[in-house]
Structure formats: structure tokens, C-alpha cells
Design a protein around this ligand. Structure first.
Ligand SMILES: NC(=O)c1ccc[n+]([C@@H]2O[C@H](COP(=O)([O-])OP(=O)(O)OC[C@H]3O[C@@H](n4cnc5c(N)ncnc54)[C@H](OP(=O)(O)O)[C@@H]3O)[C@@H](O)[C@H]2O)c1
Length: 327
């Protein structure tokens, strides 16, 4: 079928385009053309999705039957997609847990029990919630919104797992959050999510899905141990109590990626993924995701710059030295 990927050249979108090509679809990607080219075999359409004329002009009569939308961040982008693509048979939209009014901190229960943002502010979560409503009402049946949790895997330029891999590979004494190690966490591999999004569009599935790995699939400490195994490092964990991290000015999620204070981490990682499991969202072994990310990162990965201007993850060296001194 004719399948359009909105996005398709960067991280998740690139994996979606690859999965769709592997299934024999006639694939087009639509991007501005500044983040590279799509996988070979896809037709690369160019334009800014915030411009109402750009997508119809780029399509030039090529009528998509299925859409996977990985790149929607603004209300204009949502309105333009709704206007141009309302008659497709299946539209899988990539949203975020941030669409929920109560996340963070969470927890997030079943999709139908949780309210999403309805405010007008131009912010990530409210914009995703708006886009779900706007495109969802244009498409109707066949519109599925995947409220994604943390996505990992090759081509992840956001560098959260990537920073841990690099830091642990350097070896020596590594600051880790003492109370955080036992925290259950859940992640989704971009390739698992991508293939499943294509499935969902093909099947014309409808509604909202909390799209992440099974609750408790690992712990934060378990993920760090895997990073040590995969990089063959001699790194030694130096657990630093949460109070000391916060006193020293360590920024949660940014300086120590994936780390949150315990009071927020518990509910934040507590996501009901019953519907994702019943709709068959796969979850490959985490060791495979970490190993493949490391292999990509050491071969041709980077530069690690979030396309959306979020801060570069990682613990500044002087802050790390201060935390290690005397321990
Ligand atoms: N990473 C996570 O852990 C996480 C968690 C929850 C949800 N999400 C969601 O997952 C989705 C996937 O993120 P990703 O970085 O992997 O996306 P992606 O689709 O792989 O990359 C973004 C794509 O959008 C294109 N793009 C950006 N601005 C555009 C514009 N104005 N007009 C047309 N195309 C534009 C980029 O190409 P050009 O730059 O060439 O235009 C690029 O191909 C996002 O919607 C994000 O909100 C991510």
C-alpha cells in the first residue's frame, strides 16, 4: 500500500520507513530535508509540515493509504495533517506519555481512565494532546495514537542511553544514584515500536495506547549493568545518595539521564501497558537493544544533538569529580 511517513530520516521515523519497506509498501517520507535522507527505496518528499501548502504540494497527487506520523510537535503541523490526510484508512500517530495531564509524575493507568491536556499553551504535552484530537477527528476510525515512553535503539541521537554507554565504557569510578538502582523502569526499542506502528496502520486499529515496554522489565541498575557488560568496561559503581546528588545540583533526567528522585520515579515509571501488550507491541530482550545501540554508536553514531533543542544529557566532569571526592 502507499504508506506515508511524516518524519522518516532520523530515529524512530527511519525505523518506521525501514519496516514499511521490508513489508513491501510503497513508502514516501516527508521532512524538511535537513536531518538527512530516508532509507534507500523510500521516496523523499520535502517541505515544512507547519506550512499548510507544503504537504499537498509535495504529494502532488500521490495519495497515501496509510500514514505513520513520527514528527508532529506543533498545532499547525497537526492542523495541516488533519486537512491533507483525513481520508486515509490507517493513521498511526506518535504521541507521548506527556499528553497526559497527570504525567509526570504519574502513575498512568488504563488509557480510557486518564485525562489528556486540553489547555491552549504551546508546550510539548498539550500540543501532542491537541494533535491527537485534531487528526483523530479528521481520520475517525483507523486513527491510533501511541503515547510513547522512553524510546531507545540505534540512531537515537538524543543520547540518554548513549551517554551512559560512553561514560561506562570509559571505566573507572562512575556516579550512580543510590536509591535509583532498584527502581523498575520500562523502555521500548525503536525497531519494535516502528514495526508495530506499521502493523497498527495496516490493521486500521483505533484509539490510544500507552506504548512502552512491560512494567518492571528491568531496573535502572539492571540497565546500567547491561551497559557495563556490553561495553566490556571495568566501571565501578559509586552509589551517591539522592539527597547528596540534589544538594550538589545534579539535574534529574539531564545530568544523570533516566534518573528521577525516588518520589517521582515510582509513579513516573508506573505505566499500565495492558492494551499495548494485547495489541502485540513487542519487547525484544533489553540486552539486544543495548548491544545494538552500542554497536551503532561506536561505528557511525552521532553527532548527538537532539533535533528539538532539549539539553545535552550527561554529568559535567567537574560535578562528577566533586561527587566522587571523599567517597
Ligand atoms: N525519544 C523518546 O524517548 C520519545 C519519547 C516519547 C515520544 N517521542 C516521540 O517520538 C517521535 C519520534 O521522535 P524521533 O526524533 O525519533 O522522530 P523522527 O521522526 O525519527 O525524527 C524527526 C523527523 O521529523 C522531521 N521534521 C522535523 N521538523 C519537521 C517539520 N517542521 N516539517 C517536516 N518534517 C520535520 C525531521 O526531518 P528534517 O529535520 O529533515 O525536517 C525528522 O525526519 C516524536 O514525535 C517524539 O515526540 C519520543
Amino acid at each position: 500500500m502507499r504508506l506515508l511517513v511524516l518524519g522518516g530520516t532520523h530515529f524512530l521515523g527511519r525505523h518506521v520507513a525501514t519496516a514499511a519497506l521490508e513489508r513491501g509498501h510503497d513508502v514516501a517520507t516527508f521532512t524538511r530535508g535537513v536531518s538527512g535522507e530516508p532509507p534507500e527505496g523510500a521516496r523523499a518528499l520535502h517541505g515544512d509540515r507547519n506550512d499548510p501548502d507544503a504537504l499537498p504540494a509535495a504529494l502532488d497527487g500521490w495519495a497515501p493509504e496509510l500514514v505513520v506520523d513520527t514528527s508532529c510537535r506543533t498545532r499547525a503541523a497537526a492542523r495541516n495533517a488533519a486537512a491533507a490526510l483525513g481520508d486515509v484508512a490507517g493513521y498511526a500517530f506518535v504521541s507521548s506519555l506527556n499528553a497526559y495531564r497527570n504525567w509526570p509524575p504519574g502513575p498512568v493507568g488504563k488509557e480510557e481512565d486518564e485525562a489528556t491536556w486540553s489547555t491552549e499553551d504551546d508546550d510539548y504535552g498539550p500540543n501532542k494532546a491537541f494533535a491527537e484530537r485534531e487528526i483523530g477527528s479528521a481520520v475517525g476510525t483507523g486513527f491510533l495514537t501511541a503515547r510513547a515512553g522512553l524510546i531507545i535503539g540505534p540512531h537515537d541521537y538524543v543520547y540518554r542511553l548513549g551517554w551512559w554507554l560512553d561514560r561506562i565504557a570509559r571505566g573507572g569510578r562512575v556516579v550512580v544514584p543510590a536509591e535509583g538502582l532498584a527502581q523498575p523502569i520500562a523502555l521500548v526499542d525503536a525497531r519494535d515500536l516502528a514495526g508495530w506502528l506499521v502493523d497498527m496502520a495496516e490493521r486500521g486499529e483505533t484509539g490510544a495506547v500507552n506504548a512502552t515496554g512491560p512494567n518492571g522489565m528491568t531496573t535502572f541498575g539492571g540497565l546500567l549493568d547491561l551497559c557495563r557488560d556490553v561495553t566490556g568496561s571495568d566501571a565501578e559503581w559509586v552509589p551517591v545518595p539522592e539527597a547528596d546528588l540534589l544538594d550538589a545540583g545534579v539535574e534529574e533526567w539531564v545530568h544523570l539521564p533516566l534518573w528521577l528522585r525516588a518520589a517521582d520515579a515510582g509513579p513516573g515509571w508506573d505505566i499500565d501497558t495492558t492494551r499495548a501488550r494485547s495489541l502485540g507491541l513487542p519487547s525484544r530482550p533489553l540486552a539486544e537493544s543495548v548491544a545494538d545501540t552500542w554497536a551503532w554508536q561506536t561505528a557511525d553514531g552521532g553527532p548527538f544533538v537532539s533535533p528539538f533543542g532539549s539539553p545535552q544529557p550527561g554529568l559535567p566532569v567537574e560535578l562528577e569529580e566533586r561527587l566522587l571526592a571523599g567517597r
